[in-house]
Write a protein that binds this ligand. Structure first.
Ligand code: F6P
Length: 377
């Protein structure tokens, strides 16, 4: 059995849930116990559990049967930042920096590594805690697929499939009623879900944050279709998209860049288009459906590979890193696991590059991306 200098491992699931979290918890726990003989602790409700000091030991029996389950058996807290947190249960009314308490508690717990399963905001917090001396390894989680340093995050593929299924269903009703159907999808200020699901579902218009859109261009697309044989139009609107010269729609709920609650752009686009068109325009906001349900095969596999890979980083002394799936240059078909510094993983969202193959394919297929000059059929 490989030797680990340190033998007590803690893990937590941070941020919005994503299909595959339980697969990671199971893989970390089994690898830690089977391969390294460690004791494993699950911290409850993400970083909040570090502040409230809530945890339990995880044994092999505790992770049996959880692979196909959505959500997280440990609970999660979205937007809990130990550096800026109001501990209401302790009578606090204003946010304050709890990072010192967290470092102290983790040191009292005598843990040798903390595995943080989270998105880019959680990786940014992990980087700061690591700088304060907490040995941390990250695992890239989010349906948004927007973490720097990894080609893919677990949870994304299941979300794309959920949106694609919804678009398939909406297609038949849109066609029957000759309607313009708008689907607002998640993704914050990245267009990965909208672009991939829009392509997979055969949408006619896909609006993503990386490409500010022209309503005129969308209107022309709808009118061309209505004048032809196809009297319906399927539009995907990513929640973080915005019109040219306009702004994103979100609610600010905290001081940090990621503390925004997006939503409303689908409704705005629907209202604008309805005021321009005779045709009926309807909106569906998929919301948290995109995060729910069982992980698909790819996310179960990714979660499992990431979970075991994270434990190997701990064993190799590579704390301060996130486990990532990275394609070798010139060999995109064969990605491998690699450690990426937390400073990169937490350096802000990874957005869709405009020369991405999916953007090129969308243009080639005549899908309107809202660009003012691109007039497709
Ligand atoms: O980051 C995942 C995500 O689902 C985003 O796509 C979305 O904007 C956000 O979380 C919603 O967060 P909440 O569940 O806190 O409303």
């Amino acid at each position: 059995m490989p030797d680990l200098v340190k033998r007590r491992i803690a893990l937590l699931t941070s941020g919005g849930d994503a299909p595959g979290l339980n697969a990671v918890i199971r893989a970390v726990t089994k690898t830690a116990i089977n391969a390294y003989g460690c004791t494993v602790f699950g911290i409850e409700d993400g970083y909040e559990g570090c502040i409230k000091r809530q945890f339990r030991e995880l044994k092999i029996d505790d992770v049996r049967g959880i692979l196909p389950r959505g959500g997280t058996i440990l609970g999660a807290s979205n937007r809990c930042n130990p550096f800026w947190y109001t501990h209401r249960a302790a009578g606090e009314t204003e946010p304050r920096d709890h990072s010192g308490d967290v470092v102290e508690w983790l040191s009292e717990l005598d843990i040798d590594a903390l595995i943080v399963i989270g998105g880019d905001g959680s990786m940014a917090v992990a980087k700061e805690l690591h700088q304060l001396g907490v040995p941390i390894v990250g695992v890239p989680k989010t349906i948004d697929n927007d973490i720097q340093g990894t080609d893919v995050t677990f949870g994304f593929d299941t979300a794309v499939t959920t949106v694609m299924d919804a678009i398939d269903k909406l297609h038949t009703t849109a066609e029957s009623h000759h309607r313009v159907m708008i689907v607002e999808v998640m993704g914050r200020n990245g267009g990965w879900i909208g672009l991939y699901a829009g392509l997979a579902g055969g949408a006619d218009v896909i609006l993503i944050p990386e490409i500010p859109f022209s309503l005129d261009s969308v209107q022309r697309k709808i009118e061309r279709r209505a004048a032809g044989e196809r009297s319906f139009t399927m539009i995907v609107v990513a929640e973080g998209s915005a019109p040219i010269g306009g702004t994103e729609i979100y609610e600010t709920i905290g001081p940090l860049a990621y503390e925004r609650r997006y939503g409303g752009m689908g409704s705005w686009v629907a209202e604008q288009l309805q005021s321009r068109l005779e045709q009926e325009v309807r909106l569906v906001v998929l919301g948290h459906l995109q995060r729910g349900g069982a992980p698909n095969g790819r996310d179960r596999l990714l979660g499992t590979i990431f979970g075991s890979g994270a434990m190997h980083l701990v064993a190799n002394g590579q704390t301060g890193h996130m486990v990532a799936l990275v394609s070798e240059r010139g060999n995109p078909g064969s990605p491998t696991l690699a450690p990426v510094p937390l400073s990169i993983a937490g350096s802000g969202p990874r957005r869709v590059p405009l020369d991405h193959a999916a953007v090129i394919a969308a243009r080639d297929l005549g899908i309107t991306l809202g660009e003012p000059k691109a007039e497709q059929q």
